[in-house]
Design a protein around this ligand. Structure first.
Ligand code: EPU
Length: 426
């Protein structure tokens, strides 16, 4: 069977209600943290996406039983501590595999994790992860492309985790997971403040860890002897929510989002408001509707609570249709612009200059065959396809399946004409 692709016939206004799932980027480190726990971990709202499947496979090889229960919850139990090696085969598919490094080292005293390479959104070094492990007293070497780390028992310490682009999300997660079982107190300065890092800390505390300051740039961890398991619900996915907000705005429709946390999306909603998109809370849900005229704006991506890089591509798709010129600057991943060329194939007028893209607003986008290059870039192409005149075929949608649970089905329910086909059916 040929590779699946999306066929979208654009132009429908989306209307209705969408439930936002649990956050992929919170679920992945929390799943990895089960390595640290002596009892069973039950996680609710772990999305069924390809990255979760890949991590479950890796954890399985590392001796963690992972099972999706009938009620949808994920059950994890670390039952065998023999294997401490994360092979390149899985790590190259998913960089988030790096978050087994801290837990393996802390719980089993050794970890061998293939060094992740670059990816579609840039170089993505892991120097800050390694710095954190070394400062905690581990002996870390690079052997034939693998990170090999060893320590009898880690020791609490003070560390500064800032790099040239600010804090690091998974680096902070790794440092925190390593420090929970260390001897003494660890202070992480310039810690990432992202809600997903906070969710991990809250999960670890529920398992018996002693962490304070999560959600601020200074996290303090008092080492404990052991962690037990717990039952925990993952926070809603702010990036999926933001993507559906743009879907409402770009189709001039109106969507109600259930299970959406506006306090995790303040900077993004601020930018949407500036464009002329209305975002309102109604009881527990959020409604999003747009006026006909979209204003051009300036956008700069930043660490949380700033505008997330993971919504840059989607916002760019919307700004393609604004009445004037917008400017988007990427301050987290300066090369994260592979969607620019594809959006231009659909009639957008985008001009890239270094980490900045000038978006010259056009009256309409037109359907075209395009290629997904990474997770969020593919979401931007779907959004552009929903607004475009005519048919858009998006290839390589395995990128989108890594992080969005059945985005095509969710969009169809609210009125989009989107089909998942395989190359043979073309
Ligand atoms: N950086 C370093 N050294 C390091 C680590 C990072 O210089 O050791 C740099 C990066 O190159 C980048 C910046 O620091 O310029 C921030 O990267 P960060 O480490 O925060 O990214 P990450 O933890 O690898 C997570 C998300 C990404 C999201 C970024 C930024 C997960 C699984 N991934 O990656 O999500 O873009 O934070 O918010 O949580 C996605 O979901 O599509 C995605 C790419």
């Amino acid at each position: 069977m040929g590779l699946p692709y999306f066929r979208i016939n654009g132009g429908n206004r989306l209307r209705g209600s969408v439930r936002i799932g649990g956050a992929k980027n919170a679920a992945l480190p929390i799943m990895a943290a089960s390595i640290l726990c002596d009892g069973e971990v039950i996680l609710h709202d772990v999305p069924s996406v390809a990255d979760v499947t890949s991590l479950a496979e890796l954890l399985g090889k590392l001796g963690v039983e992972v099972e999706r229960r009938q009620d949808g919850a994920l059950r994890l139990l670390a039952s065998d501590e023999m294997n401490c090696k994360a092979e390149y085969d899985i790590v190259r598919k998913m960089r988030a595999s790096i978050c087994v490094l801290g837990p393996l080292l802390a719980k089993r005293g050794k970890a061998q994790v293939a060094m992740p390479g670059g990816c579609a959104i840039g170089d993505r070094p892991v120097d800050l992860h390694l710095r954190a492990m070394r400062l905690l007293g581990a002996d870390v070497e690079l052997v034939s492309g693998d990170i090999v780390a060893k320590a009898k028992r880690l020791r609490g310490t003070e560390m500064f985790l800032g790099g040239p682009f600010g804090s690091t999300v998974l680096g902070t997660a790794n440092a925190m997971m390593a420090a929970v079982l260390a001897e003494g107190v660890t202070v992480i300065e310039m810690a990432a403040c992202e809600p997903e890092v906070r969710d991990l800390a809250d999960f670890l505390n529920k398992c018996g860890a002693s962490i304070t300051g999560q959600g601020t740039p200074r996290i303090i961890i008092e080492g404990v002897k052991e962690l037990k398991g717990c039952e925990y619900r993952i926070i809603p996915d702010r990036i999926e929510a933001g993507t559906f907000m743009v879907a409402a705005a770009i189709t001039n429709g109106e969507l109600t989002l259930e299970n959406c946390r506006l306090d995790h999306l303040m900077a993004f909603v601020d930018r949407l408001n500036a464009v002329g998109v209305n975002v309102e809370r109604k009881d527990e849900a959020i409604t999003v509707a747009s006026s006909r005229r979209l204003e051009p704006i300036e956008v700069i991506t930043q660490p949380f609570p700033g505008m997330p890089t993971d919504l840059q591509a989607q916002l760019m798709a919307l700004l393609c249709l604004a009445d004037g010129n917008s400017v988007i600057t990427e301050k987290i991943f300066p090369d994260r612009f592979l969607h620019v060329g594809e959006l231009n194939r659909m009639g957008a007028k985008l001009h890239k200059a270094g980490p900045t893209v000038i978006v010259q607003g056009v009256k309409r986008l037109v359907g075209a065959p395009v290629m997904a290059s990474d997770l969020r870039a593919s979401a931007a192409l779907v959004l552009a396809g929903l607004a475009a005149r005519g048919t858009t075929d998006i290839n390589r949608i395995y990128h989108i399946d890594r992080g969005y649970q059945r985005i095509d089905e969710k969009l169809r329910v609210v009125g989009a004409e989107i089909e998942r086909l395989s190359a043979d059916e073309a």
